[in-house]
Design a binder for this molecule. Structure first.
Ligand code: PRP
Length: 192
């Protein structure tokens, strides 16, 4: 079989035409997820929570996070897409499978990354009109310098990062790289 592993011998990852270098290790991610879960379990003690997983990127983070939640939860999914195949958020959003049954429920949006903030803002706008008990956001990563509105609030965040393009742990470059168990950042060079 032809060798086509995305992990190259020089400790870089190759995804399509780009190389990526290590950025956040697996054990660091585990610690970030643990801290977020601790905060949620503490803040929602005695409550029930509906976690709304934003596909596709948040699937890996969400599957690790919910297994550390000790309060009663239900899990819902919505698909939102703003990047397309590009390395930059397009600013326009397509949403499928919007959640409608949220009246009097504590809803928590689960995101892998908040970039411009468009996705969470649009989702919050939609959910607010359905009269939930509360709306919160948990994201593994956030890029504060890219938020296009200053009141973009991420209630539980693993790490705030620079405006670099990252893949892995659910996050993709043009559809690939989601299976990586750590987070990698784009290098300058492209592959000829
Ligand atoms: C990514 C990410 C967030 C969104 C963040 O999704 O998973 O949902 O972009 O960007 P924003 O803050 O600028 O809105 P993407 O569009 O790449 O879709 P995917 O989750 O299916 O990969």
């Amino acid at each position: 079989m032809k060798e086509n592993s995305i992990i190259s011998p020089d400790h870089r990852i190759r995804v399509h035409d780009r190389t990526f270098r290590p950025y956040i290790r697996k054990d660091e991610i585990e610690e970030m997820v643990r801290e977020i879960a601790l905060g949620i379990n503490r803040d929602f003690a005695g409550e029930e929570l509906t976690v709304l997983v934003i596909l596709k990127g948040a699937m890996v983070f969400a599957s690790d996070l919910i297994r550390q939640l000790t309060i009663p939860i239900t899990v819902e999914f919505t698909k939102a897409s703003s990047y397309g195949n590009a390395m930059k958020s397009s600013g326009t959003l397509s949403i499928e499978g919007l959640l409608t049954e949220v009246t009097d429920r504590n809803v928590m949006i689960i995101e892998d990354i908040v970039d411009t903030g468009t996705t969470i803002r649009e989702l919050i706008k939609h959910l607010s009109g359905l009269h939930p008990k509360s709306i919160t956001v948990a994201a593994l990563l956030s890029k504060p310098s890219m938020h296009t509105e200053s009141q973009t609030t991420v209630d539980y965040v693993g790490r705030e990062i620079a405006p670099d393009f990252v893949v892995g742990y659910g996050m993709d470059y043009a559809g690939q790289g989601r299976q990586l168990d750590a987070v990698w950042v784009a290098s300058e060079e492209t592959i000829a």
